[in-house]
Design a protein around this ligand. Structure first.
Ligand SMILES: [Zn+2]
Length: 328
């Protein structure tokens, strides 16, 4: 617990980072999240394992084929999971969680809560309020108000530990259980959506990542508050259950093991983690005398592992209460 307390002391204050400030443009005043860099960062490191078929789909082929992007890296072809996809899904999961908490404070009405506290409902991606916790963390642009927030969360592309020869397979649309969705898309193109007997044109070939494929990841949060870090862990768990990638109603579910949460920047990369995994040493590096982090400013970095990360996640409800206090 001493370690956890020291970690929390190395984080930024909710009031400085998350309390919306009035911004006056012409005669109109709106709220926006502060643009601030406190010279503090937190790093979250983990390992995601696919629980079912996963279609990262950053790349659609010609005709009726969808591919998994593969990269030749450290002596293997690997399936690629780009940071932008991680960010998109985790931002939505974060917002779903945030709305639930807001609703619980306002008789089930999250919209009313958002309007009162942030001046708007905040809808991803086109009607961001640029004042709320989600906008502060993930960034956003409000074209009407001529206001923007920079993202404070940084993602990195990641790659499968397993060789694509072993972890990528293909199936057709029937076999993927997504034949109807594809048929509807195609029928709109071919007959203007009038609908016709299902034919050869509804056939679609998919590559997918198999269950049990592992992706190491690193996420960095700048000016991190306790709410940001504890909330991020919950948002990832929510995204895992909902699914990443295309057709995520049926596919793309993950389990995430958090290997470390630390103040400071990592002195290692996703590539190092791929090499450690190849030699069977990944878990050895994520222990108190393992991986190193670089602090900024006066605080020495503090790293949490194992149960300490769970204890950090348990601080989420208290941290949200602290946020409500600064919004009041
Ligand atoms: Zn917002």
């Amino acid at each position: 617990m001493a370690n956890l307390q020291e970690f929390i002391e190395g984080l930024a204050s909710t009031d400085a980072v998350l309390k919306p400030r009035p911004l006056k443009i012409d005669s109109k005043t709106s709220l926006r999240a502060p643009a601030i860099f406190t010279r503090q960062v937190a790093t979250i490191v983990g390992l995601k394992t696919s629980l079912g078929r996963f279609l990262p789909v950053s790349h659609e082929g010609h005709s009726n084929e969808t591919y998994v992007d593969k990269v030749d890296l450290l002596g293997k072809m690997r399936a690629e999971f780009i940071g932008r996809k991680l960010k998109g899904q985790e931002r939505r999961a974060h917002m779903a969680l945030f709305r639930e908490l807001a609703a619980s404070q306002n008789g089930g009405d999250w919209r009313g809560f958002f309007k009162a506290k942030f001046g708007g409902e905040c809808v991803i991606p086109d009607q961001l309020c640029v004042a709320c916790w989600n906008c502060s963390l993930f960034g956003g642009l409000d074209a009407d108000a001529q206001a923007a927030t920079f993202t404070r969360i940084r993602y990195f592309d990641t790659f499968s530990i397993e060789d694509a020869l072993d972890c990528v397979a293909s199936a057709d649309s029937e076999d993927m259980g997504i034949g109807n969705q594809v048929y509807e898309d195609l029928s709109r193109e071919t007959d203007g959506g009038k609908g016709q007997a299902r034919g050869r044109e509804s056939y679609h070939l998919y590559e997918y990542v198999k269950a049990g494929t592992r992706f190491p990841f690193i996420t960095i949060i700048e000016s991190p508050t306790l709410l940001d870090v504890a909330g991020y862990i919950h948002a990832v768990r929510r995204a895992d259950a909902h699914g990443y990638g295309k057709y995520n109603a049926n596919h793309g579910k993950f389990a995430t093991e958090f290997l470390a949460v630390a103040t400071g920047y990592p002195r290692f990369s996703v590539l190092d983690m791929l090499e450690w995994a190849a030699s069977g040493e990944l878990s050895q590096h994520f222990a108190p005398d393992g991986v190193k982090f670089d602090g900024l400013g006066s605080h020495d970095p503090v790293a949490l592992f194992g149960d300490e990360v769970d204890q950090l996640a348990e601080r989420f409800t208290d941290a949200f209460r602290g946020y409500l206090a600064v919004l009041a």
